[in-house]
Design a binder for this molecule. Structure first.
Ligand code: ADP
Length: 577
């Protein structure tokens, strides 16, 4: 018997050995893997066991970060660089590509790991580079690109440093709506607005009045500059965000920061502004009481940029857990983040090291309804805000007023079992909303990944998410009765006028996430960074989410794009004087 097993083992090893080093493979092989939003399918052309070409056949990785990451990895393999790392900020899409690649090689009969080992290139990291410019901008989100354009237009030599492989920051993944009082669409719709009214709306959150005045006074000019000089296309209707007295928010084409970032990046190319990606700035050069440049890590070593002025446009710290937990004791690992991974507060940390002051660091905005896995803000759930939806917990009970502030709802969700909320609405609410029209891909993805259900009955929802069925039915009966009587007897929901009555019913599970950090570097109205003695730091400017003080304890929707534009323009202009 022993002999039999020994012979069998021998035979198996022999077979495996011969199949793994069998042949000279030639042909086209398809690889497939699951990405963030669906399947990623690639074609791998192989000739004599060498990869000739890899192309993307199919992908619904429509999120910019995902699509860019896949293209970057394809570029790498096509130039025989098989050192395939996860592209920061696009983990799922990168993993999907690498798995699809492995799948194709497996189908070709090639051992993925053995194959890669031959070609892995080890990057040397001992290079020391140096460059001299007039203005160095750190961060390539909206504030960074805008300030770079302004400085370049003033005749200066400008470089932008970006730590991620892709540009755009949080600006890219935002809706990029822009609050502008007295704008051209308000004129058409006969909406009466003024700089003072906008100022008052923003001031309610307790921010710095001097900075708010600058913001309000220049917001319309900033929007016009984006339209006329940069070529940003605005849609033909406005949005009405909470906390604003009137409808005043412009919407870029596609309601996406992509329109803004694409047009700003085109403008940068036209002007000949260098944007260096994967360049992670870690230190300000500060000598004789003046900022004289920055130091950055690059793939091959280190880069020193000597400059007359530095503009920090590194965004907020919404992706830096340590900074979040330190500044807001209510935030812990039950709260995810809607932010892209570059928002780690680097600009704040670097400037503090040379004596800069900060303000409002404990003021952190949360968003209550986000993806349970990725923290992505869910637009599919906008029915809660537009046409009506309720939130329940695992026990099938409502637990908060669904239109309370973002923070109150977020904290209430955090206290529920598993820190998860289930948002429920009906077909009537769905049809009246624009969800299926505007956010179909997100909706399909949620359904496919079982984070959402379209159900024929309330019982089906309860079964699907394992909610207390009897309680849930009672909750909905009670809510419908209250809605009919025009008074929510449980939480006094401020806007009724809907029921959960008409099938099919929709239910989505969600968690809260950090959305915006209101605090940051203290600046004055010239966008100069102040030190802890309230003096200007020579040579240092800042704009955008890296700064604090404007939004007080609550940034209103669509005000941050106005903020990054107005202060981006000011920082770029003043840094080039
Ligand atoms: P804002 O809205 O203020 O323009 P964004 O979040 O849109 O801010 O953009 C900030 C950008 O700065 C992001 O792309 C981020 O990756 C980049 N960034 C953050 N820290 C650094 C750093 N240390 N070096 C280079 N770029 C950075």
């Amino acid at each position: 018997m022993k002999k039999f097993f020994r012979t069998l083992a021998f035979f198996l090893i022999f077979t495996i050995f011969f199949t793994s080093c069998k042949k000279n493979v030639t042909g086209s092989f398809q690889g497939k893997a699951k990405g963030h939003n669906g399947d990623v399918v690639i074609d791998v052309d192989i000739e004599n066991s060498k990869i000739k070409n890899v192309s993307l056949k199919e992908s619904v990785e429509t999120e910019d970060v995902g699509a860019i990451a896949i293209n970057k990895l394809i570029e790498k393999v096509n130039s025989s660089d098989f050192n395939l790392d996860i592209v920061t900020g696009a983990t799922y899409s990168s993993e999907a590509f690498i798995s699809a690649f492995a799948d194709a090689l497996k189908k070709a009969g090639l051992n993925y790991k053995n194959y890669l080992k031959k070609d892995v290139q080890i990057t040397k990291r001992d290079e020391k580079k140096e460059m001299d410019v007039d203005v160095v901008v750190v961060g390539s989100g909206g504030a960074g690109l805008i300030s770079a354009i302004k400085a370049k237009e003033n005749g200066k030599k400008v470089v932008v440093l970006e730590k991620l492989p892709i540009i755009g920051g949080n600006t890219l993944i935002s809706g990029a709506e822009y609050a502008a009082p007295q704008n051209w669409l308000q004129d058409k719709e006969n909406i009466k607005d003024s700089v003072e009214l906008f100022e008052k709306d923003v001031e309610k959150a307790g921010g710095n009045k001097e900075l708010i005045k600058v913001l309000a006074t220049n917001a319309l000019d900033g929007a016009k500059w984006l339209r006329d000089d940069v070529g940003v296309e605005w849609m033909d209707h406005l949005m009405f965000f909470g906390g604003h007295s009137v409808k005043r928010s412009l919407i870029p084409k596609g309601q996406s920061g992509k329109e803004l970032i694409n047009k700003l990046s085109d403008k940068c190319s036209k002007l000949g502004i260098d944007i260096l990606t994967e360049t992670n700035c870690y230190e300000l050069i500060f000598e004789d009481n003046k900022v004289k440049g920055v130091k950055a890590n690059i793939k091959t070593g280190q880069l020193t940029v000597n400059a007359k002025s530095v503009i920090l446009a590194t965004g907020g710290f919404g992706a830096n857990k340590k900074m979040l937990y330190e500044n807001d004791k209510e935030i812990d690992d039950k709260i995810l983040s809607t932010n892209q991974p570059g928002s780690t507060g680097d600009g704040i940390i670097m400037a503090q090291k040379i004596g800069a002051d900060v303000v409002d660091m404990d003021k952190i905005q949360l968003y209550p309804i986000c993806d349970v896995q990725t923290g992505k803000l869910l637009y599919t759930a906008d029915t809660r805000l537009t046409t009506g939806a309720i939130l329940v917990n695992k026990q099938g009970n409502r637990f908060v007023e669904e239109l309370d502030t973002r923070r109150k709802i977020s904290m209430a969700i955090k206290e529920q079992q598993d820190s998860i909320a289930y948002q429920i609405w009906d077909e009537d609410s769905m049809q009246k909303s624009k969800v299926l029209q505007d956010h179909k891909i997100e909706y399909d993805n949620l359904i496919e990944n079982k984070k959402m259900i379209k159900a024929n009955s309330i019982e089906e929802i309860a079964d699907f998410f394992d909610l207390d069925k009897e309680n849930l039915k009672k909750t909905i009966e009670k809510f419908n009765k209250d809605s009919e009587n025009g008074k929510d007897t449980l939480f006094n929901l401020r806007r009724l006028g809907f029921k959960i009555e008409k099938a099919p019913f929709y239910c989505l599970k969600a968690v809260p996430a950090v959305h915006h950090t209101m605090g940051g570097l203290k600046i004055n109205k010239e966008a100069k960074v102040l030190n802890t003695k309230a003096q200007e730091i020579d040579g240092l400017f800042a704009a955008g989410e890296v700064t604090g003080g404007i939004h007080g304890n609550n940034r209103l929707g669509s005000v941050s794009i106005a903020d990054i534009t107005v202060f981006g323009i000011i920082a770029g202009t003043n840094a080039s004087k």
